[in-house]
Design a binder for this molecule. Structure first.
Ligand code: ZN
Length: 255
């Protein structure tokens, strides 16, 4: 399987049975420019959306225009995408009650968004100028998170779990653990103590390999870089026995 990290929570996943993508975000504002364009999704058959925030959905209508991919999104997020120009026939409701994409044994699971804490909100506003703050408010209001989904899928008998935000409840984490995950795609963003939070979640889910994402400075000054080294330390302290695989920004990894 070939896994390409697009930055933020975005991935393109190539297996022998086809190509799918998750939460692609290419318009990185002042952030390091993405080498990917809407044309990078020409062979993608399905794009799966974790939740509605701008850094998970902003580019999706444009990507859909340049690809035959179906867009799988939960309720309100799907509605917002349609209002932003996504044609109805391209949208599939990402229900967690049924198999969404048989070729990949792909299913959606209930999930939750990380709660932004006060120190994080304070440090974000401190970095921003007045204009950035009003932009931040606009992005917050214009792109509601809606229902949050985690997705599981399989390639060559390996189970992969994609989490779009690190707010999973204990019950959700235990359900993910039961899936016996090989590769966990874990989001490191959204809290001033995010490495500790995601390390604890990883310890519960207990994947063979954890692949961090969302830790890049994807939309400065609203975003910031998160240290993967600290995440490794936290995992070590929790005696996590699996491997941490860090894919460099915009790079691919054959796993
Ligand atoms: Zn979010």
């Amino acid at each position: 399987m070939d896994l390409t990290w697009l930055g933020t929570a975005g991935f393109i996943v190539k297996g022998e049975q086809g190509t799918i993508a998750f939460d692609p975000f290419l318009s990185r504002g002042e952030g390091e420019k993405s080498p990917f364009t809407v044309n990078s999704f020409a062979n993608v058959e399905g794009v799966f959306i974790g939740h509605g925030h701008f850094d998970h959905t902003y580019d999706v209508p444009q990507i859909a225009m340049h690809s035959d991919a179906k867009i799988f999104a939960p309720g309100l997020t799907g509605l917002m995408l349609k209002l932003r120009g996504l044609p109805s026939e391209k949208l599939i409701h990402a229900s967690h009650n049924e198999m969404l994409f048989k070729k990949f044994n792909l299913r959606a699971h209930r999930s939750s968004h990380v709660k932004f804490d006060l120190p994080l909100v304070y440090s974000t506003f401190k970095r921003c100028k007045l204009g950035d703050c009003s932009k931040l408010c606009g992005l917050g209001l214009g792109y509601p998170k809606g229902l949050v989904q985690t997705y599981s899928f399989e390639i060559k008998n390996k189970k992969i779990l994609f989490i779009s935000s690190a707010g999973c409840t204990e019950k959700e984490l235990l359900q993910y653990r039961d899936l016996e995950v090989d590769y966990l795609l874990a989001p490191l963003q959204g809290h001033s103590d995010i490495q500790e939070i995601v390390a604890r979640q990883t310890k519960i889910i207990n994947p063979k390999v954890v692949i961090p994402h969302h830790h890049d400075d994807f939309y400065p000054p609203l975003s910031q870089s998160i240290s993967v080294d600290i995440f490794r330390e936290k995992l070590k302290r929790l005696d996590y026995k699996g491997e941490v695989l860090e894919i460099p920004l915009f790079q691919s990894c054959d796993i």
